[in-house]
Design a protein around this ligand. Sequence first.
Ligand code: AMP
Length: 413
Amino acid sequence: MNILVLNCGSSSIKYQLFDMRDKSVLAKGLVHRVGMAGSKIDHKKGDKGDKVTVSSEILDHKDGIKKVLDLLVSKENGVIKSLNEIKAVGHRVVHGGEKFAGSVLIDQEVLDAVKECVNFAPLHNPPNLKGIEAVLELMPNVKQAGVFDTAFHQTMPSKAFLYALPYMFYEKEKIRRYGFHGTSHRFVSKRASEMLKIPYERSKIITCHLGNGCSIAAVQGGVSVDTSMGHTPLEGLVMGTRCGDIDPAIILHIMKKHELTPQELDNLLNKHSGVQGISGESNDLRDLEEGWPNRSERANLALDVYAYRIRKYIGAYIAVMNGCDALAFTAGVGENSPIIRELACKNLDFLGIKIDMDLNNKTWRGVEGDISTPDAKVRTLVVGTNEELVIAEDTFDLIEGRLDPKTGKPKRK
Ligand code: AMP
């Protein structure tokens, strides 16, 4: 039983084909520059196979997905004989609003609801929708599932998700905190409880997803009780180019003083802020860490602000859950940057977080592990995230009837 996972961005399509018998990856790849000059597909057979690059004009998402399907069955680079071997397609969908607290099988009602959420995620939901609609046309008989970035955080209580604005904005316009990276926080918190051999239903875990976007979540008893991203993925931690938490009055001030349009301000906060904005050098932590701490004052400052914000949230989430069993670092930076883990965990020994510098420095590049000192009350873990696998598993469970197709809740036996 093979499941294709698609993650359609505005100009890219990430894909992975899973064999659900053993959850192995048959093929994976990335379509670059959809609808632009210089488009190409990087394709790999298996998880670790050699990369082949196919240059080809890719007009739009439908064309990109068609070319991926052609590659999957091609003589030279294919891994299946016919498209009939793909039983279902699982899509990453960024925003599900309050409508989706779990993964669902896609029908017209779901499509309409995802369209309603375009307002909340104008950059992300439209390409997700294009991917679903393309598969509907290219493989009309194949079932499709939507797995939402926001769904895992729908368990947040109102005291965590409400902004202190006039209540009308929540009631009528659904302006509230939603949280993102839910698929990753769900996978990583579960994995952390397995690594520590503690029951997920009774665990208190803080997950730090530090990648291109960054968010942190408090996961208590297997459900998200708070997370740092809000109405959009701009709130919370400092990111590569996004500012995270700032005083909202600054926005009005800058807008007025520099006569910026809403679009220009959006660009400033999302694309020119974060560690890029502070350092003036790069949005990539690998660059800023090169030569650390002797690179430059501004690079050090960027790393300090980035790590300090993480530390503040860790303290806050320990208070939210009245304790913590494990702190789990994941994604590009979380899995690969001993420097950020060291800075973020500094001065937290009072709360029981102590990391072993030797273990910390050894744990990266796909290595998973516990990097705490033996006496640390809270275990600090490095966990590899795997959002694509979660999407494949949910899709599989939906089509096999283990999850309710409308709510994604496990069906009672
Ligand atoms: P992701 O969104 O999870 O793919 O993470 C991508 C980000 O991870 C990149 O922007 C890099 O800044 C960061 N990253 C990857 N490898 C390293 C590393 N060895 N050290 C620090 N940051 C890294």
